[in-house]
Design a protein around this ligand. Sequence first.
Ligand SMILES: [Zn+2]
Length: 454
Amino acid sequence: MSSAATTTYVLRGARPLGGDPVDLVLSGGVIAEIAPVGAARAGSEDGETVVVDATGLVALPGLVDLHTHLREPGREDAETIESGTRAAAAGGFTAVHAMANTTPVADTAGVVEQVWRLGRDAGWVDVHPVGAVSVGLAGQQLAELGAMADSAARVRVFSDDGKCVDDPILMRRALEYVKAFDGVVAQHAQEPRLTEGAQMNEGVVSAELGLAGWPAVAEEAIIARDVLLAEHVGSRLHVCHLSTAGSVEIVRWAKGRGIDVTAEVTPHHLVLTDDLARGYDPTFKVNPPLRTAADVEAVREGLADGTIDIVATDHAPHAREDKDCEWAAAAFGMTGLETALSVVQQTMVDTGRMTWADVARVLSGAPARIGRIDTGERAQGRPLEVGEPANVTLVDPAARRVVDGAGQVTASTNTPFQDRELPGAVVATFLRGRATVLDGTPVPAGAGTRGVRA
Ligand SMILES: [Zn+2]
């Protein structure tokens, strides 16, 4: 039998949620003990014990991404479930939701089960497939939502992400349908007519550059419509990658009214602005587009005050030929799994706007709850308490690193943070007590525990 299942890890001196140091003992797949530093009973009946020096490291519940593009099936040249989930583990994640815009589209029980199985076999993180709302993402006909929910993949999140469910009748039907199994519709809010040919945020910079603009209202109009639809049918709505100050205001209003809406912001929208388009570097071409400094300030404020529930990566790897071309021809999207935690630390923690407990909420607890993966044997996003599943991420907040896309674990190099220095580094990740990352390096299942600093 592999040592992985029986190895006990003592995370000596770890600081849960940035609090006082303790010994965190992971054994039998759960958090077995939390003891004063140096007091943990090292040793288990039938396996080895590895002591990890976690002095100065912050312990977080394993991160959960509600919005990842793994590209398999169909675009294995950009990413595979293997490479994408390994990158997720390296970024501190223990679960990801895999978006449905693959080839074929994840709009049937067969496809979501395939993705779920490939994720399970890869073993880096729990993979939860997102099901498409409409057949082929075509926006015409409702996909087999019930069959996907009842499948082995137990789909609870449905999204046509990449495309907006712009037909209000179809959106209403989807919202009504998912109520039967406590699902949620995650909307990519982009009014298609208002964004035809759009290349970047509509504003001063787009006017200067002569690139077709993407107005804030194209996002805000859909969000406004959808919160009202969600209220009307009494269903759950999730807003993907909200990016404008007006969108924050609408979600704040909806929550104040008691509407069951949640929202996400991406790391890149927390820090980057449309000024970056001036260099015509397609690395910065993304959907929704980078907005203005005022929008960045508004989404930071919305995340800090709870209007925005979670940070989701929208990790969107692309093959080189789809990014190494002129701006107008380039694909939308950027990678994010391996930089998300650092960007949140830089923009929210190091600025004093959020605590590490808040980080655990927006990157683990809340996304797990929205995806309904916070209960049961494979529960994610749980508090760091004795008896809970041992999904733990150790981060060194004092570390500094210069991002190099070519050196990342993801198979694609389209990081918007190339050559930038970011704070924080994931030192270790544990999935139900098994180390998937140690000393910052992914550890394949069954590789044993060599290389551990003890
Ligand atoms: Zn999207």
